[in-house]
Design a protein around this ligand. Structure first.
Ligand code: IMP
Length: 339
């Protein structure tokens, strides 16, 4: 099977070839007209590029769209990352706009959206993010684009090897999810039971010390393989991607007056935290999946016998309150996280 890769970037072609070859797919390029990237999200732009290439060539087509979003700049440059300033001046433009901004207000994230469109109109897509900060100055010679001004734990992406960057980057995460979705679409799933934490055991460096899904699903609250900080493949729950630190900030920013300050979050098995809520119409609902691991914590509600339960994943954030052992649970906040 041949897939056309909708890019003029040689580096991206090589990455896509590496990804698609094990699936028996030959990734080729053709001279394709570049459509206007008129979408308002990365996903829309990836779709526009893939759909145009598919229509022009009659082949399944894959495209991606990516960029850097800086909180202090209200998400800019975002989808305009490639057009933000003159080539060669983009990093400097960001650093200049951030001059004098303290480290705690320099949060930023990269996004990568991948999309494959088939001639019958079907599409397979995935998105990956990675969180960090805008460095005070450019550091490191590796990578490209904004790598040398984007840092995690004090190290910029420009200071990482390609392998180190792949393991934590938005594109690495997007490719991993895309591979899973594409295999599912092509009917190439490996079969077998899904793991409790959602990770592929054969790829997890925490495999040897993990007690295994049999143990974890007996109601154990900590999925060790997803919580140990050495496990670089345990997206998105560990250090480098910064999701945990970011979520702590987001929970505290909710400003719930009688909730203690959030200082830490734990990896929690979905079945342990999946309380049943009664909606205003009387319907009952559960909001999480039993067989996934989330980040969360339980905190005291001041001057009350009740507790606050915090739960979040990459997309959603919830604070619920309840009595002993989860009695009479009520949703305090349930919201999609700001992109
Ligand atoms: P595009 O996906 O080729 O449109 O790239 C968008 C812009 O985002 C380019 O200007 C890149 O410099 C920037 N960008 C995307 N991914 C990365 C990355 O991994 N590191 C640094 N810059 C990136």
């Amino acid at each position: 099977m041949k897939f056309v890769i909708a890019t003029h970037n040689e580096g991206k072609l090589v990455e896509f070839q590496r990804l698609l070859e094990p699936m028996g797919i030959e990734a080729i390029t053709m001279d394709i007209t570049e459509p206007e990237e008129s979408g308002s999200t990365f996903a829309e732009n990836a779709y526009i590029k893939a759909a145009a290439a598919c229509q022009e060539t009659g082949l399944p087509a894959v495209a991606d769209d990516s960029g850097l979003c800086v909180d202090y700049l209200d998400g800019a440059p975002g989808i305009y990352s490639a057009r933000f300033a003159e080539p060669g001046h983009r990093r400097l433009a960001i650093l200049e706009k951030m001059q004098g901004v303290p480290m705690e207000r320099r949060d930023a994230h990269f996004v990568s959206a991948v999309c494959c469109v088939f001639p019958n109109g079907d599409k397979v897509e995935a998105e990956g993010k990675c969180f960090g900060k805008i460095a005070l100055e450019s550091r490191g010679e590796n990578g490209f684009g904004y790598d040398s001004i984007f840092e995690q734990d004090g190290v910029t992406f420009g200071q990482l090897t390609a392998e180190e960057k792949d393991a934590r980057s938005h594109r690495g995460h997007a490719f991993a999810a895309f591979e899973q979705h594409l295999r599912a679409y092509l009917g190439q799933e490996e079969g077998g039971e899904p793991t409790v934490c959602g990770l592929d055991c054969s790829q997890c460096p925490g495999h040897d010390s993990c007690p295994g899904c049999g143990e974890l699903s007996k109601g154990c609250m900590l999925a060790k393989c997803a919580s140990q900080s050495s496990c670089g493949d345990c997206r998105p729950f560990v250090g480098p991607c910064g999701l945990k630190a970011q979520l702590i900030r987001e929970f505290n920013a909710l400003g719930i007056p009688d909730m203690e300050e959030v200082k830490d979050l734990n990896a929690l098995l979905g079945s342990y935290i999946n309380l049943e809520f009664t909606l205003p119409g009387g319907q009952k609902t559960k909001l999480w999946k039993d067989n996934r691991v989330y980040l969360g914590n339980q905190l005291c509600k001041r001057d009350s016998e009740r507790c606050y339960g915090l739960t979040a994943d990459e997309e959603w954030l919830m604070v619920a309150e309840y009595g002993e052992n989860g009695a009479e649970p009520e949703i305090v906040v349930f919201q999609r996280r700001r992109k």
